[in-house]
Design a binder for this molecule. Structure first.
Ligand code: E4P
Length: 220
């Protein structure tokens, strides 16, 4: 499973990238607004910080304008993936950009049928939003399961399932069990994946016992 960082906070992304665990980044207009910075500056810095795809979202709503914005975004760096919303115009733009060789991430997916359309339109990634489905009383992971089953039924569907709107570590475990290709994870949730209270308790006990020996590994 690949991990993308779902953030426009360049310092956070750089710090997490030093682990070697970050395979890409996703941004969206809300995350860019939260950063308080210029979109293109943020994108240039993120694209230099990670090798993998960096999703940059268009803000136009008609297909031709989305394609024009997508082309502009794609020129910023070789690892830009253009993000378009799962609307009829978004699907048209996806087709045009994909045919021109640009990676497209189709976002705001909330149904299996939408995911089928994105795959047929040539999307490199489909982004189903699990947390937002959970918020309205549905089970977001049911959608990931459905999309996995459908994509596996058709060899020509090579679109990667990018699980988005992740809110807690359980979402990551469940997505991995289903066989999703990518999880885009907010920085705080990514850090939580390494945490376990028994790890902390065990380490405290080992260090306390080691101290009693009076030894030092570097001064042996
Ligand atoms: C995905 O690309 C989106 O940026 C993101 O996962 C949305 O998550 P949210 O529902 O927490 O805003």
């Amino acid at each position: 499973m690949k991990f993308f960082v779902d953030s426009a906070d360049v310092a956070e992304i750089r710090d997490l990238a030093t682990t070697g665990l970050v395979d890409g980044v996703t941004t969206n207009p809300s995350l860019v607004a939260k950063s308080g910075r210029k979109f293109f500056d943020v994108l240039a810095e993120i694209c230099a910080a990670v090798e993998g795809p960096v999703s940059a979202e268009v803000t136009a709503t008609d297909a031709d304008a989305m394609v024009a914005e997508g082309r502009t975004l794609a020129k910023l760096a070789a690892n830009i993936a253009v993000k378009v919303p799962l609307t009829w115009d978004g699907l048209k733009a996806c087709r045009a950009l994909a045919q021109a060789g640009t990676k497209v991430n189709v976002t705001l997916c909330f149904s299996a049928n939408q995911a089928i359309l994105a795959a047929k339109a040539g999307a490199a990634f489909i982004s189903p939003f699990v947390g937002r489905l959970d918020d309205v009383g549905e089970d977001g992971m049911d959608l990931i399961r459905d999309i996995r089953t459908i994509y596996d039924n058709y060899e020509r569907f090579t679109t990667e399932i990018l699980v988005a709107s992740i809110r807690h570590p359980r979402h990551v475990t469940d997505a991995a069990k289903i066989g999703a290709d990518v999880c885009t994870v907010p920085p705080d949730v990514l850090r939580k994946l390494a945490q376990h209270p028994l790890t902390d308790r065990g380490l405290d006990a080992f260090l306390a016992d080691w101290k009693k020996t009076g030894q030092s590994i570097l001064k042996a």
